[in-house]
Write a protein that binds this ligand. Sequence first.
Ligand code: HEC
Ligand code: HEC
Length: 443
Amino acid sequence: MCVLESLYVERCFVLVRLHGPSRCILTGNTRWIEWQFAFGTSANNCFTLIHAVKNLKIIPQSDPSSGQFSVTIKRVERVPTLWSLRILKFSPRSLLFFLLFGALLPVLDREASAQETAATAGPMSVPEDKLPRDLSIDAVPIGFSSFPASPATNPTTVEKVRLGRRLFFDPILSRDGTVACATCHRPDQGFASPEPVAVGINGRVGKRNAPSIFNRGYGHQFLWDGSAGTLEDQALTPISNPNEFGSDIETVLKSLRGDEAYRAEFALAFGEADTAQEVISADRLAKAIASFERTLVYGNTQVDRFRASEYGALSREARQGMWIFESAGGCWKCHGGETFSDELFHNTGVDFNNPNRDEGRYEVTENQEDRFKFKTPSLRGVSLTAPYMHDGSVKTLKEVVEFYNRGGAPDDANLDEDIQPLNLSEKEVGFLVEFLKALSQEQ
Ligand code: HEC
Ligand code: HEC
């Protein structure tokens, strides 16, 4: 008998994982396509990825007597014309069609131009604000089902975003006026830092890599160890951090209150008040910055367009990488969902050999099982944000994939059980890298 181990559905593909004796048969049909695949002639784990199905209704059925397992997939929406072909059986003829069609696809592919960038340390200055003049507060990028929700206490408005944006690029928040949020979260580096660990005031270094803040509006826990619960909570922490702005909130508020333009902008965004203290308060400062951060959405990538049925959007290599990501690579187990993060904490074995290893999530919860766990980062825009991992110890995407291919740090007793050696060939490693790059191609 075949047992359904998992059925993973995302937008336009389904991953079916079956577990059974030597052979499972999976049958299914959509309105246009009927197919039957036989799996696992030797291994007893079988899975398939059914691409290009959209808005599905899935009805799994298992028939213990025949040992067959079937999945009915009903397509709710019309498919693009290219796929509106009727293939009645998985016959040699339809196989030929798939082969021919597969050979045609690369012609439609767009060229991947993302260059994998290694860390380039340079003098850290405050970058200029070159973002689009108007930042949307509601446009939903392809790949997401909604714009980041704002809390009831801080609805996103154009005025707050404008103010938050100015603050984000303004070194007024630091003690000596040299460091801004954008110094470490650099727009042209995917809002991350090219330094392995962040460099703040007077060149002081912290212990962790400054991560991207793309799509953080969709997040539920913030910082590598999840010690901040909301973007508002997080926004003021750099001010007093001795390795970041090295200041204190009262000093910063005083400087802001001394600036007429800021006074007017705070009043416009949050309303007038009797005292300067009320107009420019810590609470309002955090809210404005968080509102700006919610606008930093990153979708419309080649992967998103492919999943939204634009089949020419993804190169053949990246498609193969996607297949590995969703199957044998096991990446989907943690990097799933619209942000490519489960927003949970795992120990992947990074920094295993360091005697002073960062304990990550454990520092927040003090639960033994949380030792060395870090929050799963989102992977959108990832080819812009090198170096990688909480300590910035991995320079390129290829090295990241090679790290996973080795099984992280196999000798680490605390390693997450989903981190296992993958035995991918060098070519397959390259495919995964192409997939990760395609997640960083906004179009
Ligand atoms: C000196 C460099 C530096 C500066 C300046 C800085 N950050 Fe960060 N930022 C970091 C580092 C390092 C982390 C990760 C720290 C950790 O997880 O312990 C981080 C994490 C974050 C996160 C969490 C991202 C996530 O994935 O959970 C947000 C949001 C953020 N910073 C926003 C800001 C804002 C807003 C400012 C300005 C008020 C700012 N940062 C200033 C270095 C910096
Ligand atoms: C068990 C959960 C888990 C699995 C499985 C997993 N990851 Fe990760 N991934 C994480 C965590 C947690 C981190 C951060 C680890 C750290 O910094 O200590 C991470 C970091 C990364 C990064 C670095 C991102 C950045 O901004 O620094 C990339 C790229 C990545 N993973 C890709 C993959 C790929 C590709 C696979 C499949 C081969 C994979 N991951 C499998 C949990 C996982």
